[in-house]
Design a protein around this ligand. Sequence first.
Ligand SMILES: [Zn+2]
Length: 130
Amino acid sequence: MLTFFCPHCWQRVPETADQCPHCGFDLRQTAQLSYDEQLVLALRHSVTEYRVTAAHILGQHGAVIALPEFQRIIETENDYYLLSEILRALLNIRDPRSVELMRQAAYHRSRLVAQLAQALLTSMIVEPDR
Ligand SMILES: [Zn+2]
């Protein structure tokens, strides 16, 4: 069963609510979005915890739609906690762009991120393509 949550404050909300009971956000704006699309929105949340959770679930789903936002974060951010979750999510997203993003992250300005990407890249390349 799906958990419905407010994309603004990330609190759980009733499926039928028009407005978030916690923060007042107009939920009709996002009601038509798929669960994965809502998770992609959550990647822009101000609280890192929620962003990490969203990245984790998107990875579990193998969500290709997360790749553009993952790319933006890899290119512009330095938070190791978030970036390491994104790199692990890339392992589960079966798309040639995932390998490209991992290659890009292997040269990340954060040394820790770059080292993790280099290690994960090895496991991605060793796997047979098909
Ligand atoms: Zn809310």
